[in-house]
Design a protein. Structure first.
Lengths: 94, 403
């Protein structure tokens, strides 16, 4: 029997997909539409919210984020976060 | 049968302030408490921040919001913890407090009042109208005792007086929306500098632990905050508590929450001690006497304070205390959702929220005052409880004096 490892088509990590996830998980108080450059901390994101986000990001994109690389700056905005996650994903799969 | 002027039921932040204010005004005052320490959630549930003590305008230097007992306790706490000012956390001023020192401060303040007696280990078991005021029944270690007083102040947090007298006097939000309980424990001998990045890295380790099955999912509700004393870190774990099935007044569900809190705290400690160098020497956590309950039953008074009143910084002719803490809603274990006041100004809490004219001589303050679900998210905090407590104490004395 031939075993094949099916590579899951991984959704692209973009500011838009992250914003969708943040809204779905109610990570911040999105009283208005979140933009790619919105300040997530000013929108109420705290350490609990980041854990939720991290758990779902790792599950959805199949990546594993090294705890030592977590900094506040990397979670500043959806655009910054998407860039870092994309970089981490390509680095770790390389 | 013991007769006093005022009985204050519940020795938390509201009850201590109420009892002090009543005793200082000359009333013979009895404070009854079911735990063995005064200070309520700030002592028995290890809730380690005084919120609601300060004026909400953080563009200006910090300032006390309500004069009297809140300032007295706040100043003693500042001095004993070696702090010179509260912390500015985002858009609010917060005073980190220490549970052991709060117990000591409450003991000292109460002991200084010769009109004030306090009883511990006492469950409130009955409330009835008597010819000359109120009959209050309590149970202590198998003995039922009847006490008499002219005025009662209910600062139990759970509106126990209403539940004993007439449950129609109180209400409770539906289970799914009740603010979640918090299980707080203290860790000692924690090394390192605990900045945002440290907290985020800790969060990532917790996520890893959950994914690998070494931590329960409830660990996602954990937040870390430094005590004012080096090496001590408090973990606050928001628990889902069965979400739509939660009832803080159901003893079996309450026991489940206590067990879930302990289990989460101990497993977090075990993982961190094994994996994180800053926790390598940390002994097992110091556990609270009980989980912190953010919301249960509260009175329906002459006026029900609303979230809209607070957001609009509404002021009242008969206001007796000021609220300044944002509405900090915690309907799930995924972190708070804040509704800030529309302007950086305090809002008034009217006397009608602490009494009901159809039940003269019964007053209420603290977490069980008359407010809607949204307003409660602001007025339940300890600094505001001290303020409403002292107001209710004064109202009880004035009522007793007129008897």
């Amino acid at each position: 029997m031939l075993c094949t490892i099916a590579l899951m088509p991984v959704e692209e990590i973009s500011p838009a997909t992250l914003i969708a996830l943040i809204v779905e998980l109610q990570i911040v108080e999105a009283t208005y539409v979140l933009t790619a450059d919105a300040d997530l901390f000013a929108q109420g994101m705290d350490s609990l919210a980041i854990m939720q986000l991290l758990l779902h990001v790792e599950q959805r994109y199949g990546i594993r984020i090294p705890p030592g690389e977590m900094t506040r700056e990397r979670f500043a905005t959806p655009a910054v976060l998407a860039a870092w996650l994309s970089d981490t994903a390509s680095r770790l799969s390389a | 049968m013991q007769r006093v002027d005022v009985i204050v039921a519940g020795g938390g932040s509201a009850g201590v302030a109420a009892a002090l204010n009543a005793a200082r005004a000359g009333a013979r005052t009895l404070l009854i408490e079911r735990q063995t320490k005064l200070g309520g959630a700030g002592v028995n549930a290890l809730v380690h921040t005084f919120c609601g003590l300060f004026h909400p305008d953080v563009s200006r230097p910090w300032a006390w919001l309500n004069a009297g007992v809140p300032v007295e306790i706040g100043e003693m706490m500042l001095e004993r913890t070696g702090q010179s000012a509260p912390d500015l956390m985002g858009r609010v001023y917060v005073l980190r407090q220490h549970p052991a020192l709060y117990a000591q401060i409450a003991d000292e303040l109460c002991a200084a009042e010769r009109n004030l007696t306090w009883m511990c280990g006492v469950e409130w078991s009955g409330l009835e109208r008597a010819a000359d005021g109120w009959s209050v029944q309590v149970v202590t270690r198998g003995t039922c005792v009847e006490l008499r007083c002219k005025a009662v102040v209910d600062t139990t947090g759970d509106a126990i007086g209403a539940r004993l007298l007439d449950p129609a006097l109180c209400a409770q939000a539906e289970a799914a929306r009740l603010y979640r309980p918090a299980y707080v424990c203290a860790l000692h001998q924690v090394k390192g500098v605990h900045d945002d990045s440290w907290r985020l890295a800790l969060g990532a380790r917790i996520v890893r632990g959950i994914k690998e099955g070494r931590l329960p999912e409830s660990a996602l509700g954990a937040a870390f905050r430094d005590s004012p004393f080096a090496g001590e870190v408090f973990i606050t774990i928001d628990l889902e508590a069965g979400q739509a099935d939660w009832d803080p007044l159901d003893a079996v569900k309450r026991a489940r929450v206590e067990v879930a809190g302990r289990e989460t705290a101990l497993r977090l400690w075990h993982l961190l001690r094994a994996e994180h160098p800053d926790f390598a020497l940390t002994p097992p956590p110091e556990l609270p006497t009980q989980a912190g309950i953010r919301e249960s039953a509260r009175y329906i008074g002459d006026y029900v304070l609303t979230g809209g009143d607070l957001a609009a910084c509404r002021r009242f002719d008969d206001e007796c205390a000021l609220a300044g803490w944002p509405m900090e809603m915690r309907e799930n274990a995924r972190g708070p959702k804040f509704r800030f006041f529309d302007r950086p100004e305090p809002a008034g809490i009217p006397a009608g929220c602490l009494r009901r004219s159809t039940v003269p001589g019964l007053f209420f303050a603290g977490r069980c005052l008359s407010a809607d679900h949204e307003a409660l998210a602001s007025v339940r905090v300890m600094g505001t409880c001290m303020a409403t407590g002292q107001a209710a104490g004064k109202m009880a004395v004035d009522f007793a004096a007129g008897c």
